[in-house]
Design a protein around this ligand. Structure first.
Ligand code: GLN
Ligand code: ZN
Length: 767
């Protein structure tokens, strides 16, 4: 007998992104809805069987989703805004996709729900909407159907639901600043969950899992009462038949552990990777209620490195000091890791043995559970433990002395740009000669099938580098011509030479490794394939200089150079765990600094350094913001650009504008201009900009590019009007949201034409 093993959630896109492919095929009209459903069913079966074969006791169901699990939860609770209901689709999937990605067609024209980052991951969820018209009740049967589907295969799964507290905390009322948790709403939500619980009890589920990751955040007044009120109503529905695991992850719940423990859950899932010290301290302080099993989250759901069994066993032991009732679990859902290392034949064995993706993590879970109950002799005899220990003995990779020497020489001056920003802004205005409300884009232009095909040919050796480069130059030429034609002010070359920006920089830096198939879901059907930081990082050779210089030579307008910043490169890679994130970011900052200075020397006057992911890794607890992150992340950005001339304009870009609370830190990056994604969130960030007397010039995205719909000129004009109510016109830039590379040509150019026309109309009205 060994401890119970539990998986919080499994990747759903499929080993070869089958789900992505079939859904996108359906959107294009190449596949039917029945084909989509059939593929989904096959994938679910395959994933359950894999877990069963790995000996996992509690296998999740309802962790599957066509688009997003929070969207599924909103639909399950009937939080479907009127504007989507009015489209009156015949199939629930159509409504779901309309909510996820907007709809423009014969039935109407609606934008998608806003999208936000899922805690500190690069996964995005759709923000549920609740207003006075919302009628919360259990709607549809997805979780029950999937439970029964597994049961038919002979697998008794543990159904997973996003919890009511997390759901309510993530939802917004579009009509109000804040969603009010009035009694009616709380009761309706609790009743829906109670009904779901009762249903699972009736169907015979032994366990179910309710995810409440929002518990790891700081509490606002009323939060704990809300949590208690919900569960006081929900838990009685167990009726002694189904056990409820309250699952938390991405941090600790020390501030509510006592309350959670007293509520009498059958299981409490604790993340023993992130926030392990606080969680263990809370356990030791308050103990564990009789009959409650602690699910020790020891197998990391957010890295690709092998689990260190000695560490995990130590953690399980620490829990055992408090209670004998311990299950061994993943620390979070495995949604955030790639499928399997199988097939990664481009990496040699000596490297690959250090990696564990979702499938390999199942084996680790099993090993840890077995070893946790083994006596000392059995441990000594365990080949699994011996092999695991060997991975962590000695140095995995030798340090680069040149990198260490450069870092050691840095002084405060290297982190400070001169002169002060106001003075620079004046000099830049003279040098660049731009109109009021300058228009620009965030860098990429559509990566058409043609571009991807050409890249594939190069990779397969069907064309040589010269042919490929000539092709890219033609793309750049066309892109510049179109931008000039529609009248954008600051141009970009279009980023045709890069697929994924982080992968592209990684490929040109020492210290990185790449996989073939290690995809992770980012939003909807989109996946990313982060590179791996394996050793010390430095720049191997100039990366973008030739492309940018070529592009500038093809136009009289200002050409913006396009780089990715150090914080983002690290956040969108798999970081090392043997040195700190701060150290890795500094190494990256020096590498990108070299590139910035080379671009400037090549005549590039405006350089954008994307920090798309800076906000994403902001610690969840406020007390950690500066000490554990901003205090080194913001200076690392300054290190990248501090040495440029005053007249060189530094831009940065951030995805999502949720930085109201850190607005001063954003200003402290000391960029001259920032563009940020704003159109799909609300514009409260503008108030923050206003109140903080934000110095950086800013371009809040004026239309959403994650949706295929084309915004009208009037719509954009209105948007600019809203922005100008809050910002001084001399500091405003006009640009779309980021990521045009994911759109088609057909949507991109008309949208940008509308953007330029709207800007011109506003300029005319101002003069
Ligand atoms: N320069 C990049 C682009 O336009 C930025 C991408 C991003 O913000 N995610 O695609
Ligand atoms: Zn972005």
């Amino acid at each position: 007998m060994s401890a119970l093993t539990s998986v919080s959630g499994f990747p759903r896109v499929g080993q070869n992104r089958e789900l992505k492919k079939i859904i996108e095929g359906y959107w294009k009209g190449a596949n039917t809805l029945d084909e989509v459903r059939a593929t989904a069913k096959e994938l679910r079966a395959k994933h359950w069987r894999l877990q069963q074969a790995a000996g996992i006791d509690l296998i999740p169901s309802n962790d599957f989703s066509f688009y997003d699990q929070v969207l599924d939860t909103a639909i399950l609770l009937n939080a479907i805004p009127q504007r989507y209901q009015r489209l009156a689709f015949d199939n629930p999937e159509e409504t779901l996709f309309a909510m996820g990605r907007g709809y423009q067609g014969e039935k109407g024209d609606v934008t998608a729900l806003p999208m936000k980052k899922w805690f500190t991951t690069n996964y995005h969820y759709l923000v549920p909407e609740i207003d006075a018209a919302t009628d919360i009740r259990l709607n549809g049967t997805k979780p029950f159907d999937e439970y029964l589907e597994a049961k038919e295969l002979g697998i008794d799964t543990k159904p997973v639901l996003i919890g009511p507290y997390t759901f309510l905390k993530l939802a917004r009322d579009p009509q109000a600043q804040e969603l009010e948790f009035d009694k009616g709403l709380v009761n309706a939500v609790a009743a829906a969950y109670a009904e779901a619980l009762a249903k699972f009890a009736e169907l015979g589920a032994a366990w179910m899992q309710i995810d409440e990751p929002y518990l790891v955040l700081d509490k606002e007044p009323g939060d704990v009462e809300l949590f208690k009120a919900l569960y006081a109503k929900i838990l009685p529905a167990r009726d002694g038949k189904v056990k409820v695991l309250l699952n938390t992850y991405f941090g600790h719940i020390a501030d509510v552990y006592e309350t959670v423990n007293l509520l009498g859950f059958d299981g409490i899932g604790l993340d023993l990777n992130e926030g392990k010290d606080e969680n263990l301290a809370a356990l030791a302080q308050y103990g564990v209620a009789e009959g409650t099993v602690i699910f020790a989250g020891v197998v990391n759901g957010r890295n690709i490195w092998r689990n260190d069994y000695a560490v995990s066993l130590g953690l399980v032991d620490a829990v055992k000091q408090v209670t004998p009732n311990v299950a061994v679990s993943t620390a979070s859902s495995l949604l955030h890791v790639p499928f399997s290392t199988e097939g990664e034949n481009g990496l040699d064995e000596g490297v690959l043995k250090h990696f564990a993706f979702a499938v390999e993590k199942l084996g680790e879970l099993r090993d840890v559970a077995e070893l946790a109950d083994a006596d000392e002799d059995a441990k000594k005899a365990s080949a699994a433990l011996t092999a695991n220990q060997a991975l962590f003995d000695g140095t995995r990779v030798a340090a680069d002395p040149a990198v260490a020497a450069r870092l050691a020489q840095l002084t405060d001056a290297d982190f400070t740009r001169q002169p002060a920003r106001a003075e620079r802004q004046r000099l830049q205005r003279e040098a660049l000669d731009l109109p009021l409300l300058p228009t620009t884009t965030i860098g990429s232009f559509p990566q058409t099938r043609e571009v991807r095909a050409e890249r594939a040919k190069l990779r397969k050796g069907e064309i040589d580098q010269t042919t490929y480069d000539a092709f890219i130059k033609r793309q750049i030429d066309d892109c510049i011509k179109s931008q000039e034609e529609i009248g954008l002010d600051v141009l970009v070359h279009g980023e045709f030479e890069r697929n994924d920006m982080v992968e592209y920089f990684g490929q040109n830096l020492n210290g990185f490794l790449f996989t073939k198939n290690a995809w992770v879901q980012s939003y909807g059907t989109r996946c990313v394939k982060p590179p791996i930081v394996w050793g010390d990082v430095s720049r191997a050779n100039p990366i973008t200089v030739e492309w940018s210089a070529y592009a500038q030579s093809r136009t009289d307008r200002v050409m913006k150079g396009m780089l990715t910043g150090p914080v983002t490169i690290l956040n969108w890679s798999w970081p090392r765990e043997d040195i700190t994130h701060e150290q890795q970011t500094q190494q990256l900052a020096l590498a990108i600094r070299d590139e910035v200075l080379d671009l400037e020397a090549a005549g590039i006057k405006v350089i954008q350094i994307d920090e798309a992911a800076l906000r994403e890794k902001l610690p969840l607890r406020k007390t950690d913001w500066h000490a554990k992150y901003l205090d080194w992340a913001i200076p690392a950005f300054r290190l990248v650009h501090s040495a440029v001339k005053p007249a060189t304009q530094i831009h940065t870009h951030m995805c999502y504008s949720e930085f109201n609370d850190i607005i001063r830190d954003i200003d402290a990056m000391d960029a001259d201009v920032i563009s940020f994604e704003a159109s799909r969130g609300d514009l409260v960030v503008l108030d923050a900009i206003h109140e903080a007397e934000f110095e950086t010039e800013a371009g809040p995205g004026v239309y959403d590019i994650h949706s295929p719909r084309i915004p009208s000129e009037a719509e954009i004009e209105e948007r600019i009007g809203e922005i100008l109510k809050k910002m001084d016109v001399s500091k405003v830039w006009i640009n779309p949201d980021c990521g045009l590379k994911t759109r088609g040509v057909a949507e991109t150019w008309p949208s940008l034409e509308h953007l330029v026309a709207a800007t011109k109309a506003v300029r005319a009205s101002l003069s």
